[in-house]
Write a protein that binds this ligand. Structure first.
Ligand SMILES: Nc1ncnc2c1ncn2[C@@H]1O[C@H](COP(=O)(O)OP(=O)(O)O)[C@@H](O)[C@H]1O
Ligand SMILES: [Mg+2]
Length: 252
């Protein structure tokens, strides 16, 4: 009898020692006294696109920033694992070296630099990812505007540059915060196509989007946040088919 119980315990421990490809485990984040992310956990499989959804203020950006170790001005607790590496023990630049890049909502194109210089700057630190020519193949518009100052590009082109800059590093996980914000539907479609191509290269993506329908069409799985907690974790298809869920948490 005793032996049986012990071997069960061993089995449980073994399971925990083999984390998912990407795993956010029991993430908590505070802005001063405000308790914003309240114990968020989810996994992402290698090569998958996960949509992280929820209403405005649900804690999506805070969760992405906590994952990317961009904790200032937050206080963050919890574990983040990527490809067996404990990112929660690292600084943001070390997590980036392991292969995680966040494309922030404001796109953060560097002023005074051309498109090409923005990409070159991303490649100053090793490990280097896609070549600049390969990024231009993915986004021909960037190639055409390589000598233009990055901040003078259209919104859609700036988003392409921000994604291109992430690919210029050797990444495993791409974190996108509202990439479609303010873009015309035809540009959204163009970016969607490139996100499919990026997945075909084996890169895993977490996409936060207010345009939930577009994100769900792209994604394999979805996690929905509400007031800093996970209220749904399942397939994108399940969300598309569940009117109640969409009404209650996504207002669509
Ligand atoms: N720098 C900050 N200081 C204090 N509170 C913040 C800060 N940034 C965001 N918040 C608060 O945290 C909550 C979650 O915000 P956020 O993570 O941006 O949500 P989402 O991206 O889902 O819209 C909101 O109530 C917001 O007001
Ligand atoms: Mg946000």
């Amino acid at each position: 009898m005793t032996l049986g119980v012990e071997s069960n315990v061993l089995k449980v421990e073994k399971k925990r020692a083999e984390p998912a490809y990407f795993s956010a485990h029991d993430i908590h984040a505070y802005y001063g006294e405000s308790y914003i992310v309240q114990g968020v956990s989810f996994n992402v499989h290698e090569g998958e696109i996960l949509a992280l959804l929820g209403r405005n203020g649900a804690g999506k950006t805070s969760t992405l920033r906590a994952i990317a170790r961009l904790d200032s001005p937050m206080l963050v607790k919890g574990e983040v694992w990527l490809d067996h590496q404990p990112l929660h023990t690292m600084k943001a630049w070390q997590a980036a070296q392991v292969g995680m890049q966040l494309v922030p909502e404001d796109r953060s194109i560097i002023q005074g630099l051309t498109v090409e210089e923005n990409l070159q700057l991303a490649q100053i630190e090793k490990p280097i990812g896609w070549s600049i020519e390969r990024i231009y193949e993915l986004f021909p518009r960037l190639g055409e505007r390589r000598k233009q100052e990055g901040t003078t590009l259209s919104g859609g082109e700036q988003q392409m540059l921000a994604i291109g800059r992430a690919l210029a590093r050797d990444i495993k996980l791409l974190l996108l915060d509202e990439p479609y914000e303010g873009l015309a539907p035809v540009i959204v479609q163009e970016i969607e196509k490139t996100l499919h191509l990026i997945r075909e290269q084996g890169i895993t993506t977490i996409i936060v989007e207010q345009n939930a329908i577009a994100a769900l069409k792209l994604a394999d799985r979805a996690v929905i946040l509400d007031t800093g907690s996970v209220v749904f974790d399942g397939t994108a298809q399940e969300v598309l088919e569940n009117e109640q869920l969409r009404h209650d948490y996504l207002a669509i």
